[in-house]
Ligand binder design. Structure first.
Ligand SMILES: NC(=O)c1ccc[n+]([C@@H]2O[C@H](COP(=O)([O-])OP(=O)(O)OC[C@H]3O[C@@H](n4cnc5c(N)ncnc54)[C@H](O)[C@@H]3O)[C@@H](O)[C@H]2O)c1
Length: 443
């Protein structure tokens, strides 16, 4: 990441296009939510709750100084009024139809926003059913090669920018989780990737074609799902070459959010862990896609990583050497988007005496994810205007499997992630970093 203390940040002038591959539950909830907030809708609860950029403050200087501006007043972010949403899907439903199908927001809320949402129509997607086995897309691009598909996406982006008179664009992947794959030869360098596009290399996923097309078009890219679309050398090389920020992967919303709060607590108190069993019931389309073992594997790998990195069993063998970690997701249609995530945590304390913690999080997946999409769009745009390129580790706060520089392990502890994010903002504005070193700095 390239940045300087007190960096010159270009102003957030003009309109910002937010491109969302995948106009499903998460994407339509953020589009509807931003419009609801813009209009006020006469209800004090219709606020961008959960969004750090809109609701969060940042402490500056010493505690005695009482300087706690809103983040949105501290760094120059685009205004919600200046955001224009667009996107792609493999079904032709407009954002109103897709939101009604997803069933996240009430009919009453959707009714008030209907004309606005109906005007958001997807562009046809790039799709390959071998990457998402449970869906049979009908609204898809045709092309003789993956290169041609990428070029069609680039034309879409250019048209979207021109038609909406946008100053800048950012993209956040909100489409279905693709099957699990490890990087292969075509991911190793940009040359190899482009050759793979020409030769229709089977290892290039549709999601990677979107990422490539966005970066080639000068659009920063965030990956909200765990699939392999951005996190490999070819794409990192392209981002650097284009001087663009990238980040991923897999929004940290419910169960993993709680895990990355609780696991650091156990470690902080040197309490041992015998096992952590996490299970979910979920009935939305995401749940249906994840019912396929290969898509689930991608999600499972993403969800499993956090504990190992936080607890560091190699450094704390007495406490964490042999813990069992199990993650399950069960597709259960009656629940729709209202996921229930259970955690049973078997811990041990003084002289090895066992204890248990139970968490039952009755959450709403897209209600938790929507503010993350908004924050990522605004922060990625800020990063670009501040000249920050490559992997944006300071945005790890938002991800289950944060992307890092190749030699670094990811930081999963939510509060370290938050400190890193806020210190990055302080640094950008030339403010003192808060390190918690001395009592006078304690937050
Ligand atoms: N909601 C959460 O809490 C959360 C957390 C982490 C990650 N995610 C991820 O975010 C993504 C979106 O979740 P969701 O609940 O909105 O799912 P969803 O199934 O409601 O929406 C996904 C949309 O993507 C479309 N799609 C699939 N492949 C596509 C392609 N190649 N191009 C364009 N569109 C495509 C589908 O038709 C669908 O409309 C999923 O990958 C999910 O795993 C969600």
């Amino acid at each position: 990441m390239v940045m300087q203390k007190g960096t010159k940040i270009l102003p957030a002038e003009g309109k910002l296009g937010v491109l969302l591959p995948g106009l499903g539950a998460v994407a339509t909830t953020v589009i509807a939510g931003v419009e609801a907030v813009r209009r006020g809708l006469g209800n004090p609860k219709k606020k961008p709750i959960g969004s750090l950029t809109q609701m969060g403050r940042i402490r500056l200087g010493k505690r005695t100084e009482n300087r706690n501006p809103y983040i949105r007043d501290f760094v120059p972010l685009s205004q919600l009024e200046d955001i224009v949403f667009g996107g792609w899907d493999i079904f032709p439903d407009n954002a109103y139809e897709a939101a009604a199908h997803a069933g996240v927001l009430s009919r009453e809320d959707l009714g008030e926003l209907r004309p606005h949402l109906e005007a958001v129509r997807p562009m046809p997607g790039v799709f390959d059913p071998s990457y998402v086995k449970k869906l049979n897309g009908t609204f898809v691009k045709q092309g003789a090669s993956k290169r041609q598909l990428a070029e069609q996406l680039m034309v879409d982006i250019a048209n979207f920018k021109r038609d909406n008179e946008l100053a800048r664009c950012v993209a956040v992947w909100c489409a279905s989780t693709e099957v699990y794959q490890q990087p292969s030869a075509c991911h190793a360098s940009l040359d190899a990737f482009e050759k793979g596009l020409d030769e229709n290399d089977e290892h290039i996923a549709p999601s990677a074609i979107y990422a490539y097309a966005c970066l080639k078009s000068g659009v920063p890219y965030a990956n909200g799902a765990p699939n392999l679309s951005l996190d490999f050398p070819a794409m990192i090389e392209l981002a650097k070459r284009q001087s663009l920020p990238i980040c991923g992967k897999d929004f940290k919303t419910g169960q993993t959010l709680m895990k990355t709060v609780l696991a650091p607590t156990l470690k902080a108190r040197c309490l041992g862990l015998e096992g952590w069993y996490s299970t979910n019931i979920l009935g939305n389309r995401d749940g249906e896609v994840l019912d396929d073992p290969e898509s689930f594997k991608t999600k499972e790998m993403s969800k499993l990583g956090a504990l190992e990195y936080i607890l560091q069993p190699h450094l704390y063998p007495d406490l964490y050497e042999h813990f069992h970690h199990v993650v399950r997701i069960n597709y259960y249609p009656p629940r729709g988007d209202n996921k229930e995530g259970w955690d049973n945590i078997d811990i041990f304390g003084w002289l090895g005496y066992p204890m248990q913690i139970k968490i039952d999080f009755l959450c709403r997946d897209s209600i938790l994810a929507a503010p993350i999409v908004l924050d990522l769009a605004l922060f990625m745009d800020l990063a670009q205007r501040a000249g920050m390129s490559g992997i944006q580790e300071w945005l790890s706060f938002y991800f289950k499997t944060p992307m890092t520089a190749p030699s670094l392990y990811p930081e999963h502890d939510l509060f370290i992630q938050l400190m890193k994010l806020k210190n990055t903002l302080r640094y950008l504005r030339g403010e003192e970093l808060i390190t918690h070193l001395g009592a006078e700095y304690y937050d």
